[in-house]
Ligand binder design. Structure first.
Ligand SMILES: [Zn+2]
Ligand SMILES: [Zn+2]
Length: 267
């Protein structure tokens, strides 16, 4: 008698964000530079990888060996300096050495950045013994991350700066990267489940390239996310009452992230 085994395809709506670094280049004992680990279906995505992110991955017990994509928001060093270390770790930091491809995704100019880094560190950065695939995204385009969808839009910070969104299983996460105030970005983020927004400086130190708590509240008011998460906190911004300043403009749930903060978006 034949016994038939029907294997149900596993479709995972799983989406979990773990914040690795909530600080800036103003070094902090508690806040590492920008880095976010996102599990979305089969994708294991590191969004930004500033200094300290490799350390945080290890501390939090995240299987960094299985990261599938590294997505870079812009070319400031507090958002990408641990990328060469991550590539090198795939070659010499694990046994057996990595064979799976690593996708590096970023704005136009990412390939040139990698070539400059390879000129400094060595050719192994582009050819570490496993495929390194570089994808440059123009603002407004999208990419498949093995089942999850990555979208991007331009934000006012540096000429190449982009914000990203990852959609999977009916949920959407938006990450601003570094940005100044931009109503168009707020519109683009509208209705997302999780809005991860930079909140760099207090009003007294405001500059057009970064956000204040007041501006975070205004963007959240326009975007109306299910939950607002603030990150990229420069030490002086922590001296003001961030929660009150945001709450005066936006009534929804607010999290001031700390390194290691994690949340599930899917089911
Ligand atoms: Zn930054
Ligand atoms: Zn920046």
């Amino acid at each position: 008698m034949w016994v038939l085994w029907f294997q149900k395809p596993v479709v995972s709506d799983h989406m979990r964000l773990t914040v690795l670094g909530t600080g800036t280049i103003a070094f902090s004992p508690t806040r590492s530079c920008a880095a976010y680990y996102l599990e979305a279906g089969d994708a294991r995505v590191l969004i930004d990888c500033g200094p300290g992110s490799a350390r945080r991955l290890a501390e939090l017990g995240i299987p960094w060996q299985t990261i599938t994509h590294v997505v870079i928001s812009h070319f400031h060093i507090d958002h990408h300096s641990d990328l060469p270390a991550l590539v090198f770790a795939g070659k010499y930091g694990m046994l057996p050495a990595r064979t799976a491809p690593l996708d590096i995704v970023g704005p136009l100019g990412t390939r040139a950045l990698l070539e400059r880094l390879a000129a400094a560190h060595g050719e192994w950065l582009m050819t570490p013994g496993y495929p390194v695939r570089i994808t440059e995204l123009a603002p407004g385009t999208s990419m498949d991350l093995g089942g999850a969808r990555l979208d991007c839009t331009k934000v006012p910070h540096t000429p190449e700066s982009m914000a990203y969104s990852v959609s999977h299983g009916g949920r959407r996460l938006v990450y601003s990267g570094d940005t100044g105030f931009d109503a168009a970005f707020a519109q683009w983020a509208a209705g997302c489940d999780l809005l991860v927004l930079e909140c760099s400086l207090p009003q007294t130190m405001a500059i057009v390239e970064h956000l204040t708590p007041e501006q975070c509240g205004e963007i959240a008011c326009l975007a109306a996310p299910r939950t607002l998460v603030l990150t990229h906190l420069d030490p002086p911004v922590e001296l003001v009452d961030i929660k009150a300043l945001v709450a005066a403009r936006y009534e929804g749930p607010l999290v001031i992230a700390h390194d290691g903060w994690s949340t599930e978006l899917g089911d």
